[in-house]
Design a protein around this ligand. Sequence first.
Ligand code: SF4
Length: 408
Amino acid sequence: MMAICTGCSLLCEDIEVDFKDGRISTTKNLCRKGLGRYRSLYTERASPRVDGREAGLDDAISRAAGLLKEAKRPLLFGWSNSTLEAQSAGLDLAQKLGAVIDDTSSFCQGELLEMVLKGELPTCTLDDVRNYADMIFYWGSDPSNSHPRHMSRFSYYPRGEKRQRGYDEDRTAFVVDVRLSPTASMIKEGFFKLAPGGDASFMESMLAALGGKIPRLQDKKKVIAMVNTMKRADFGAIFPGLGLAYSMKGRMDILKRLVDGLNETSKYSVIPMVGHFNMRGFNQMLFEKTGFINRVSFADGVEHGPKQSIIEASKSCDVALIIGSDPISALPGGVARSLAKIPTIVIDPHRSLTSELAQVIIPSALSGMEAGGSAIRMDGVRVEFEPIVQGGGSLPDVEILKRIAEAV
Ligand code: SF4
């Protein structure tokens, strides 16, 4: 049977799965990360709980609805591992409750993705990259780890319509990072090592070289040679990762200047390396509805800003619904302390640190395996998937959210 992997935002659609005695026995084409996702079908699964005790699914849903109904300032957080259908139901619920809604992009790739969605940075699809790109630039990203099939399916190794001769002849790649990552070690000649936080200055150096001036930083000859090669490319793709997002916070205008400068002689696109399988879907949906990609409150019309991020909102909200996310593990300790003071509802296929502290746990079916739906790939392409195994009694996220909304 063919399946889609929801292990990362590449949403690989060429996965082959065989079954024995109702369980997955063998798979083909999964990377190690995807294999982990498939294996998670059988490990650490959540079960319905209310106030630390086992409960029925109906009781858990009804308690969740009760908590949300009584709340004065509910926070709905997560969403990057939910289907588009669940995200849409979540937005309806947020509007009905007058809640704050935020997702993981709020503290990772949000700024970059917003620029792409607003048309401030040119973009293209991964299929365009495979077919046409002769210049690949991984900036603060390490696809070999984060999206293990990125280089082989789309960006570096594959042959494409206009790139028939293989990566060593047809594509040039550069890597900019603070360490010799696994990706950088594959492209050693094109690797530039920066000091942490040095991305903006390095970009200024590239801009200087682009304008015919001597760059201030790094091996000047190497920077000039790189920029000249980049200027001569037919089709370039820049893949910024978390390293760039953290280092450049609030200064992405420099990246825009660089891309604009390169596009005076060539054609460059930017595809942010979003991690979770449907973060972009949530950001696009909220953007279409409100003009903002995250950090929105529906308490009084539409309000947006840092106060509506989980970091700030967790201090002022009185109930939090967390879906498909583990903020207590992933976010600063202050968020965990704030969330520990209020009732939390967790909807997740798996147990997590956040679910350990939750008043209500509602187990959900694993999207892409037990539940079908759709999602937006990192490059904006919509992908549909069907369930390949029975949900073991868990409902898809979208059904849980609809039932909560009905009961609120
Ligand atoms: S690259 Fe991502 S989507 Fe593809 S198989 Fe690996 S984890 Fe799954």
